[in-house]
Design a protein around this ligand. Structure first.
Ligand code: ADP
Length: 455
């Protein structure tokens, strides 16, 4: 069968929805194709936090010295300057507007009085959606899509881009339950299929180190389809070898730990010997590497009730907390000794480590790892100790786009009718994506793609 829309969006994650909403707002007829039975992608299962420099929560908390320039510097540096400057510039200048759009137009609720300072950021600037997950974003984006009359087709897998004799992308060949469906696009196609973290063969092709010995935090739909489809019509790719592991994941399932977001409120990392070995707010790649260099290739995160009460990560991620307790991967203890004994960590060394942390918390200077957020005193229990391993999380590489989200060929020319946004693109995060920058990226460039295709 064949259907015609102005705009065909492939992938119903944060980027796909943002693109669809902008094109819909501009009066275009829009269809979103999603290969999984449900929408949301990795955006849904993420923590949903979003960096926006100089945002309203910063103001409420008295943080007045953040700027797009600082955000730009942090992001470029965080990616070893491999992100494209003109693209990162757009990210830093438009992320605040993207957050305000989510808040005012999409009606996403963010916590009014709490922010995270993710690794590599020089300021606390990540807005937190209520519930601390991407569910708040996807629920509201989907509601808004419904209001705009956007069609969503789940179980609909895009398989091939259709071009006319001039090379312009004019549609998508898709399939549902083994049946072929052709979607014609009057204005254009937007690729928003996410990354390739769940595609082990593709990971190995570009970076042999990230083989089957690593689990992944990603949804099973994260298989790089959009990259492959676009490459078939000569699209360029970049940064493919840069695959990020998230340092603190479930050692049994590979799933990201959101309970462990207490790290952004002061939780420390220790090894089996009971000592710290890295700055806890370092970049994800640095922490992951440091963990893999420890005995057993794992680490423990350690915090107390006082830290737990700041971000309330246990309350908001209660299901995960109970699961971890049941699996014996997280333990609540009255004393440091009790916590150490549960995982057979050297208790004497752990006590010494914690005395030092307490001293650094008092003086405000972490003489061992220079914790950029400032350490928090661990004098008082009860305590939490959680076992963690790194797991494949974000693929920084992907399609090359220009500042208007056009997909470019290997010769650097625009492919007419084809746009891309989100994790499927490879020009934003360089060697390493900073925490909270994925949502800023997918919303910002999703919106740009939607606005441009509608022109
Ligand atoms: P982003 O954060 O860039 O928006 P997500 O992972 O949140 O990326 O969303 C990407 C979505 O695209 C996922 O829901 C995924 O299942 C979907 N997807 C991936 N490949 C295809 C495909 N071939 N056809 C349709 N949908 C796809």
């Amino acid at each position: 069968s064949e259907q015609t829309y102005d705009v065909v969006v492939i992938g119903a994650g944060g980027a796909g929805f943002s693109a669809a909403l902008e094109a819909g707002e501009a009066g275009k007829s829009v269809v979103i194709l999603e290969k999984m039975p449900t929408v949301g992608g990795n955006t849904l299962i993420s923590g949903g936090e979003m960096n926006a420099p100089d945002n309203w929560v910063q103001h409420a908390l008295g943080i007045t010295d953040d700027s797009a320039e600082l955000f730009y510097e942090d992001t470029m540096k965080g990616g070893d300057n491999l992100g494209q400057p003109e693209i990162v510039k757009i990210l830093s200048e438009k992320s605040l507007g993207s957050a305000e759009w989510l808040r005012d137009v999409v009606k996403v609720e963010f916590l009014p009085d709490h922010l995270f300072q993710f690794g590599g950021h020089s300021r606390k600037r990540a807005l937190i959606p209520v519930g601390h997950t991407g569910a708040e974003l996807i629920t509201k984006l989907k509601t808004k899509a419904g209001e705009l009359g956007i069609t969503i087709k789940t179980n609909m897998k895009a398989e091939q881009l259709l071009t006319d004799e001039s090379g312009r992308v004019v549609g998508v060949e898709a399939s549902t339950n083994g049946q072929k469906v052709t979607f014609r696009a009057n204005k254009g196609v937007i690729m928003a299929t996410g990354g390739f973290g769940s595609n082990i063969e593709m990971r190995k092709k570009y970076n042999p180190e990230l083989d089957e010995s690593y689990m992944s935090t990603d949804t099973p739909g994260t298989t790089g389809d959009g990259i492959i489809m676009a490459q078939e019509i000569n699209a360029d790719i970049t940064n493919m070898e840069n695959i990020q592991t998230y340092p603190i994941c479930n050692p049994i399932t590979g799933v990201i730990s959101l309970v462990a977001d207490s790290r952004f409120d002061g939780a420390i990392l220790i090894n089996q010997g009971g000592t710290r070995f890295v700055e806890e707010l370092e970049r994800r790649d640095v922490i992951s590497k440091a963990i893999l260099a420890q005995e057993g290739r794992y680490a423990y995160q350690f915090w107390n009730q006082e830290i737990a009460d700041i971000g309330k990560t246990i309350e908001v991620h209660k299901d995960e907390y109970e699961q971890l307790i049941k699996e014996g991967l997280l333990y609540k203890a009255d004393t440091i000794e009790d916590a150490a004994n549960f995982f057979k960590v050297d208790a004497k060394t752990l006590k010494e480590t914690i005395s030092k942390v307490n001293e650094y918390a008092k003086t405000g200077k972490d003489l061992d790892y220079n914790h950029r957020g400032g350490l928090v005193s661990l004098e008082k229990g009860p305590y939490y100790i959680q076992k963690a391993v790194p797991s494949v999380h974000h693929t920084m590489g992907g399609l090359v786009i220009d500042t208007k989200a056009h997909v470019l060929t290997t010769e650097g020319e625009i492919i007419p009718g084809l746009y891309a946004a989100g994790e499927v693109t490879g020009v934003v995060h360089g060697a390493n994506r900073l925490g909270g920058n994925a949502i800023s990226d997918v919303i910002t460039f999703g919106r740009i793609a939607g606005q441009e295709v509608a022109k």
